[in-house]
Each structure stands twice: as C-alpha cells, then as structure tokens.
Design a protein around this ligand. Sequence first.
Ligand code: G4P
Length: 526
Amino acid sequence: MSLTEEIKKRRTFAIIAHPDAGKTTLTEKLLLFGGAIQTAGAVKSNKIDTATKSDWMEIEKQRGISVATSVMGFEYKDTKINLLDTPGHQDFAEDTYRTLTAVDSVIMVIDCVKGVEIQTEKLMEVCRMRNTPVICFINKLDREGRDPYDLLDEVEEKLNIKVRPLSWPIGMGKGFKGVYNLYDQKLNLFTPSQRKLSDDRQVFENLDDAELDGLIGPNNAKQLREDVELIEGVYPEFSVEDYLEGKVAPVFFGSAVNNFGVNEMLDTFIKIAPAPKSRETDVREVKPSESKFSGFVFKIHANMDPNHRNRIAFLRICSGKFERNKPYNHVRGPKPLRFSNVTQFMAQDKEIIDEAFPGDIVGLYDTGNLKIGDTLTDGENMVFTGIPSFSPEIFREVVNKDAMKTKQLEKGLKQLMEEGVAQLFTFDMGSRKVVGTVGQLQFEVIQFRLKNEYNATVEFHPMNLYKACWISSKDKKQLDEFVRSKNRYIARDKDDKLVFMAESKSWLQMVQDNYPEIEFHFTSEF
Ligand code: G4P
C-alpha cells in the first residue's frame, strides 16, 4: 500500500467526557463493532473507583494496567482507527490535554441527565486551541434526561461551538422509542440491551407516511414531524467543511450501554472525520505525505519499579514511514536515537512492529533520553509546536529535608518533570522551587517517587498562588522593567521561559491593567 493510501485510511481520535458520562462504555462498543473484542466488559475502566480516589498507589497501579489500553487500534470497514485513551481522574487532566495534541479529532460524550459538566468545558477549551473537529454523542437516552433542545443550547453556550443535530430522539427515559437519523432519513427503533444493531432499519423518505404512526404511536409521530420540521428550519444544512474547521459539532443521540445510536455515529465518523493532517513546526508546516519520517512525544509512562528505570514514550507519527532500528534525529538531544523495542497497541494486545505510518501511535522503550514535546525526524532540525503546558491550579514550595541528597533531588525533580508529572517553576529571588499541578494527588506521587527512586526527601509547603502566567512583550525594555519591578513574583519554567506568579485573580487583573504593554498567557505557547 502506498504512503498516501496508508494515511487516507487512518483516523486518530480521543473520546472526551466528564467522568461517568459513558466514555468507557462507548469505547467498548466501538471496539465491539471493530471486532477488536468479542465480549462486553472486556475494557477496563480507567476510572478510579471511589474507594481508592485518594490512594495514589492504587491509582498508579491501575494506570499501569491502563498502559496497554493507552491506544486502542482497530479496523472498521477498511479504516484503521486509533483511539487514544484519556485518564478518567481529573487530577490527571494535564495528561488528557497532552493526549489531545496527538489526535486529529475527538468524540465528546455528554450525559443527557447532567448536561455539559465542568471537565467537558475544560477539555473543549483545549480542542478549540487547535480547532480540533468534534462530534458530540449525547448519551443515556434510556434515562429521563433534559430536553434535547435545552441540551443543544447548553452545548452551544458553554462549549462555544455551533451544533447541528444529525439524529433526533423520539421520547426519553421510559418513553424512549428510538432515534431518527436526519442525515440519511432513517428511523432506528430502540430495543434495550441489544448487542449488535440489525441493519433492517425503517426508512421514511416521507415522514408523513401513516405507517410511522403505527410504529411509534400517533403522539410520538406528530412530535417527531414537528421536531424535524423545526430542526431543518432552524439549523443550517450540515457542512463537513465547517466540522473539519472545528466550527460546528454534529450531534448524535443514543445510549452507549444499550449499544444504541453508536453504529450510526461510527459510520458517520469514518466518513467525515479527518485523516492525519498537516502539522506546524517552528520552521514550517509538515505534510503527512512527505516521504521523510517525523513525529513527537506526547506522553511518557514511567515504570514504577525502581530497579528498571525504563519508561515508555508515546510517539505520534506525523509524516513518512517510521522504521524500527533506524537512527533518527533527536532534535533536542546530543545524538541520534534508534529504537529496537517499538510497540503498537491493538485493542488490548501490544505487539512489536517494524514500521508505522502517520496517525499511528507507537510506544518506544526509553532509558531517560526523551521528554514530553520532543521531536524525532529523519534528519531535519525542526520542533513540532502545539504541545503547550497549561497553568497549574495548585502550587506548593519544594522543601529539601536532606541537604546531603540535594543532587539526587535535582535529578529526580528534573526527570519527573520531563515525564510531565507536574510543572516546576524556579523563582528568580532566592531560587525557591515551586511545583504546580492540577490535582492534589501529584504531590503524593512526587514525594513518594523522589524517596523511592532517588532517595531524596522533600516536604511540600502550601503557597498562596492563583496562576502561573507566561509573559511576553513586543517592547523588550518594558518587559525588563516589569521583571525588575515585580521581581518577587517572577519565576522560570523548565525551559527557562519567564513566568509571572499571580497571587489572586483580582490582583492579576490589576497588574494586567497597570501594564498594558505586557502580555499574560495561560499556556506556555503563544
Ligand atoms: P466514564 O468512562 O465516562 O467514566 O463512564 P462509564 O462508561 O464507566 O459509565 C458510567 C456509568 O454510566 C456506568 O454505570 C455505565 O454502565 C453507565 N452508562 C453508560 N452508558 C449508559 C447509557 O446509555 N444508559 C445508562 N442508563 N447508563 C449508562 P455504573 O453503574 O457506574 O457501572 P456499571 O456497574 O453499570 O458498569
């Protein structure tokens, strides 16, 4: 198969959702359709059960297990689908943000009872940064949920994206009768707990067909006719281009656990979702069809066993063909790297592979050379952009409790930060080190791993900080002046970039007002 054909058949995406909306269930149904698994219940939820919510060791164990399901590859109707898993626990949200940099599109699951929840809003913000195309699946229609019109309005309002329903529910909860597919005008009637969908769906080219009344009852038929007329009147025709540009999200209704409405969405997904796209580097745009290989590392999973300090780096292939054992340019590093242990993940198995193509994700066994955001190429010196760090939400000062182990501490902190466990900021004044995270759990993780793997003892002291803002200005003199006058609040990130550590929202606002020539950014790339 030619490189172009390999690229055309690939779809690399992630499912995003607030915990409990049905991500794991939907994943499992997609794998069933793809024939990658045979039985329901085969996919382990990466959700952390409530009993262990604050026990990070248990969580890490579960995360360790979930390495195998970090990427689930399967074939469906001649399409090679790479589904990237995202952590269920919100303390690991930063992991999810990074995973989103490695996909070409996303499916967003929303619980029809709860509507748009906070985690979905945050994840959507990340999608918007790259105009990632989004398909929305409104789940749990077998429950008494919110009015579908309200749900659509809420998605538009809270997620700041236009929507276009491509299917429409008939009733909800106990009265749920099925969905009408607006795209190809087919009616799909609901039978709870069905494993696979039969393809003998009723087709109504004309909804006025009296048979409809017999099938779903006169009241439902009347309501459906009115709804369809209203939708077709209110919403513009669905435009695939607008979807691909991230301007409009097609919406499907269904029930993942009952395997209802999933097939329709998957069929539409393979038709409209983008194949691997071109990507920006600091030098130029890279097309997937270029013959020379390039790719970037978006995730690193450490081995928890201190005797084996190897880790798996997840590489997204962006162009050309990746080959095992071939030396590649590690753009940031001092020497070329070659990988003999390259794995690809197919559903729940992983296998050693010899080659991979754009859109594919491979796992590279690494002994500490790679860090998140690293680019590998077949020669060229360029770095993929669009893999930013986000401002953490919780900050603590690192206090070294064993002065004899300062070196070990420095090394341990550096390596853990390279894995993306948390972010480290070093204040200009007094070189105080501050770790920033999105969740409490990471502090326990860091403390334990520093002790266990590097023999360094630390304590974390709370800090009253609201956000870390990366700062820049077109006017270098003004920037220098700002750094001087606000010296107490200036720190450097891992790449030595300037960061302003704001103590509160209102105070940040005041500083922003007082220094209009300084730009404040909430991500490290601007
Ligand atoms: P997550 O990965 O997004 O966190 O969600 P997950 O798929 O684990 O689903 C969360 C709960 O919602 C599960 O119930 C699951 O069975 C249920 N669920 C998923 N899809 C539907 C649906 O279409 N309708 C209804 N009524 N429920 C749905 P649970 O009680 O937490 O677990 P389980 O014991 O049922 O597996």
